[in-house]
Ligand binder design. Structure first.
Ligand code: NAD
Ligand code: ZN
Length: 346
């Protein structure tokens, strides 16, 4: 089959590799019909995530059709249209029983290297999906590939970040970073009842898009974020802050923007080991800090319902639709911020 493979920083190729096959009885093989390049794939592309062996198949956003199932798979049959979580979970271990699917003791992230379970990715004609009964969902009736796709990753990541922030209806949210994840955090916060959402990004087109969706734009290359946010919130700060960039710089900003008693909820991925925690500020301002990998299995049914109900349109982020063969060009465009979100059509 054809697949996107990694060959060191900045080098991805489309190559012919061996077809995946059922290895465990809980596996399914999915014929991918639409995939995407995620902001998290860019960290691989930049070489900041160690442990990805050259030649590995990458990618983890996928919609497709079940081709084959292992003997233990009961929820799916060949021919079912499915969307899958980017991380896999067994559904049975202690973590999964506590709904901490991102902490599954047998879990991993598709196409993210040895540190994440050494699973092959989904930017390919076919993908092996472990623990299919838990990792996959049927695409709800009436939803296109593009509408369902992001529930497997960025939409549910963003929605989960808002849930983790404890946002209550009527409260305000600041979203730092208006890439695809941030845009979906804007949509999620509004659908969960936020009274105002402040959308912060260096790229004006991105805060413009957030503004079209109902957010208050804060283009951070043009305005001083602190003084603008002070002006917008009457000096109080936002009730919750969603960090959707990654790294210490935007985390520090998040702590500055949140009101006393509020919550910073971060999903941006970083390879930085530590950051300087604003201890005194957090103590005196009574700030809650949440950070973590997305817990897709926990929230995917909610986001699919919100999309199906017309409350969230995740397709607004899509800027490019390319055939799989052009994936290297897709990576280049996405990396250089010439593309907002690249789909790979098979
Ligand atoms: P992206 O790279 O497309 O978007 C990042 C955005 O941040 C861009 O619009 C960029 O202009 C903006 N930005 C960069 N520096 C900034 C700054 N100093 N101030 C304001 N804005 C700034 O990525 P994405 O696909 O939107 O994903 C966002 C982050 O979420 C990535 O780090 C990605 O790896 C992560 N992510 C995490 C999970 C998870 O499980 N926690 C899942 C999916 C994605
Ligand atoms: Zn991702």
């Amino acid at each position: 089959m054809k697949a996107v493979t990694f060959h060191g920083p900045g080098h991805v190729r489309v190559e012919t590799v061996e077809d995946p096959r059922i290895q465990e009885p809980a596996d399914a093989i999915v014929r991918v019909t639409t995939g995407a390049i995620c902001g998290s794939d860019l960290h691989l592309y930049h070489g900041t995530i160690p442990g990805l062996l050259p030649g590995s198949v990458i990618g983890h956003e996928y919609v497709g059709v079940v081709e084959e199932v292992g003997a233990q798979v009961t929820a799916f049959r060949p021919g079912d249209r499915v969307v899958g979580a980017f991380h896999v979970a067994c559904g049975k271990c202690g973590s999964c029983r506590r709904s901490l699917y991102n902490q599954c003791q047998h879990g991993g992230v598709l196409g993210y290297g040895v540190a994440f379970g050494n699973l092959q990715g989904t930017q390919a004609e076919y993908a092996r999906i472990p623990y299919a009964d838990y990792t996959l969902r049927k695409v709800p009736e009436g939803l296109s590939d593009e509408q369902a796709l992001f529930s497997g990753d960025i939409l549910t990541t963003a929605y989960g970040a808002v849930i983790n922030s404890g946002l209550r209806p009527g409260e305000s949210a600041a979203v730092i970073g208006c890439g695809p994840v941030g845009i979906m955090a804007v949509q999620s916060a509004l659908s969960l009842g936020a009274s105002r959402v402040y959308a912060i990004d260096l790229v004006k087109e991105r805060t413009d898009l957030a503004s079209q969706l109902g957010a208050v734009p804060v283009p951070s290359a043009e305005v001083n974020v602190m003084s603008k946010m002070n002006e917008l919130t009457g000096g109080e700060g936002a009730d919750v802050v969603i960090e959707a960039v990654g790294g210490s710089k935007t985390l520090q900003l998040a702590f500055q923007l949140v009101r006393g008693g509020g919550c910073v909820s971060a999903v941006g991925v970083t390879a930085e080991d530590t950051f300087s925690y604003p201890l005194m500020n957090s103590l005196t301002k009574d700030i809650t800090f949440r950070i973590g990998l997305a817990n897709i299995h926990r929230d995917i049914d909610a986001t699919l319902s919100l999309v199906r109900g017309g409350r969230i349109d995740p397709t607004v982020v899509v800027s490019h639709r390319l055939p799989l063969d052009q994936a290297p060009e897709g990576y280049r465009l996405f990396d250089q911020r010439q593309a907002n979100k690249v789909l790979l059509k098979l």
